[in-house]
Design a protein around this ligand. Sequence first.
Ligand code: ADP
Ligand code: ADP
Length: 217
Amino acid sequence: MIQARNLRKKYGGVAAVDDLSFDVRPGVVTGFLGPNGAGKSTTIRLMLGLDRGEGETLFDGVPYRKLRQPLREVGYVSDVRALHPGRKARTHLRMLAASQGISRKRVDEVLDWVGLTTVAKKRPRAYSLGMVQRLGLAAALLGDPRVLILDEPANGLDPAGIQWLRGFLRAYAAEGRTVFVSSHQLAEMSQMADHLVVIGQGRLIADEPADVFAGRS
Ligand code: ADP
Ligand code: ADP
């Protein structure tokens, strides 16, 4: 369960995130919807303490900085393009795993889950954008996190890839985990999410079941 309370962030006097409060419940996929520039990435960065701002976010009652193993408890990859393009995918994941005390066996497991086993010896430079997205997801899943936060994970996926991602996220959430996924596309989100938190210009527009929101839009 994530509880975000009164999040605020200004850039040069302009509010990018303007008093946002919402909950993200376990067991369902929650979409974070808003047009480009609405403040989704900034909100996520505030939630994880990666940006300075106002407000508080609790993960099962605990702020991110007080989690015992934050990288393992909260799966997040800010920008998959930051993943080393010249390093083989498996090597990259093994390094990430080693730095978090996670086994090599786990690396092979997550590569298998995201469907990258056969290409894990290639370098991401040679990957399609969809494959880079899968690699980012693999990195976020390494620690078997009970909270998964993904920023625009469907970007660059083809319809089959989106279908796969949707199934994956549903199954992950169905294990009682908390899944929070951003997107700027309503059509994509209404396929992927059970519940929507919708923002515009840094403010909350809706917080309701996805079918209710889609029915009104
Ligand atoms: P989204 O993820 O929904 O596309 P962002 O959180 O990236 O939105 O951006 C929200 C607003 O904050 C935008 O107006 C953007 O231009 C602004 N912004 C984001 N990052 C910075 C920054 N580092 N410096 C100045 N303005 C920023
Ligand atoms: P390095 O010290 O080599 O940069 P890090 O462990 O700091 O390695 O992270 C490398 C990459 O892994 C970054 O792109 C980061 O966004 C991503 N990453 C993986 N898991 C997490 C997480 N739970 N929280 C934040 N970043 C993560």
